[in-house]
Design a protein around this ligand. Structure first.
Ligand SMILES: *[C@@H]1O[C@H](CO)[C@@H](O)[C@H](O)[C@H]1NC(C)=O
Ligand SMILES: [Zn+2]
Length: 332
């Protein structure tokens, strides 16, 4: 039997073109959702296609390299380094005249700084200026009275409620991107523990309710950075290693400092972060657990500042049997 094929009518062609347009829109949408959209593990239910930390490497190659952050610091393995002298802080105690802009960027709450506050010494070469700070935090573990830890780094497996990162770039660079490409980024990391109410944080924390959604920003009178961190006398003990940004692109060559003494915030103050902020532009997904899991330390050495290190009783006790052993081998 001969099948007679009629030529397609204009109507059919229009229908087919519509179909093609819809098809390409569908693929474009799928690509932009699944594509460069990275997220934290706590966001997986919100968007099945977003890349959670274990998959960042699919889009951001550097996230799979061997000198990544954060890490777990094993205090038994640290090397004491006498060159890690206390930091010198410049204008950390000055209140900038220009107000701060506080931003919910969909991953954290961040404040851009004008670069007038600087650090030097602390084992760094030259001066670094503070360009922004932001936080990482956890969740309530179901009960509102419990803190599940949200710090990125840990010490002997112990994590803290939150972590503050003050990002600095070498004085002569203009942007973080430029500094990243030349190993010119130094981050000061501070653990935050659940403890006493911290009045210095109140002006900042009280602003969080004004920026619930991704892209929201608000202004506030600038604070002294010094007021947000432990007192200077508590900052001589710190860890130092070379790592990366803890968010994509995970650029390496970042000089990390983690101070031993934590900042204290009350449980209520920590809760404000979980309760006022959201990942997206509606109230469905509270911004919680915005931390990257720890990465392999690999060949890296973590250094510790501590001028008293050699006087530590444990070390002296170790030296006695060693010295005795060598003395005995000499006698023989
Ligand atoms: C916050 O973001 C939401 C969603 O994009 C927007 O509708 C709202 O106007 C923003 N509010 C402020 C204060 O910027
Ligand atoms: Zn950070």
């Amino acid at each position: 039997m001969l099948v007679h094929l009629s030529s397609p009518s204009g109507r059919e062609i229009m229908g087919f073109l519509n179909f093609l347009v819809l098809l390409s829109l569908y693929f474009a949408a799928a690509a932009s959702e699944g594509g460069s959209h990275w997220c934290y593990l706590s966001q997986r239910c919100q968007n099945q296609r977003c890349l959670e930390p274990r998959h960042w490497v699919q889009e951001f190659e550097e996230c799979g390299k061997s000198q990544q952050s954060p890490i777990n610091i094993l205090t038994n393995d640290v090397k004491y380094d006498w060159d890690l002298k206390p930091f010198k802080f410049e204008k950390y105690n000055a209140k900038p005249e220009k107000p701060w802009t506080v931003v919910n960027n969909g991953h954290t709450v961040q404040v851009k700084l004008d670069g007038t506050a600087k650090i030097e010494s602390g084992g760094l070469q030259g001066k670094y200026k503070a360009v922004q700070f932001h936080f990482h935090w956890g969740d309530s573990e179901g009960k509102k009275s419990r803190v599940s830890p949200g710090s990125e780094h840990s010490i002997d497996g112990k994590r803290y409620a939150m972590e503050l990162h003050i990002v600095h770039i070498k004085e002569n660079f203009q942007t973080v991107e430029e500094a990243l490409s030349k190993n010119g980024v130094a981050v000061l990391g501070f653990f935050i523990k659940d403890g006493n109410e911290n009045e210095f944080y109140e002006p900042f924390i009280s602003k969080l309710k004004d920026i619930p959604f991704n892209g929201n920003e608000t202004e506030m009178g600038a604070l002294c950075l010094e007021a947000l961190i432990p007192k200077k006398s508590a900052l001589d003990s710190f860890y130092r290693y070379t790592g990366s940004l803890t968010t994509p692109g995970c650029n390496e060559g970042v000089t990390w400092t983690l101070f031993e003494t934590p900042i204290e915030l009350s449980l209520r103050q920590i809760q404000e972060f979980w309760m006022e902020l959201y990942f997206d532009t509606d109230k469905e997904w509270p911004m919680v657990d915005n931390f990257r899991p720890t990465q392999p330390v690999g060949e890296r050495i973590v250094y510790k500042s501590d001028s008293n290190a050699l006087l530590a009783p444990g070390k002296i006790l170790l030296l006695i049997p060693t010295a005795t052993y060598f003395a005995l081998t000499l006698i023989q």
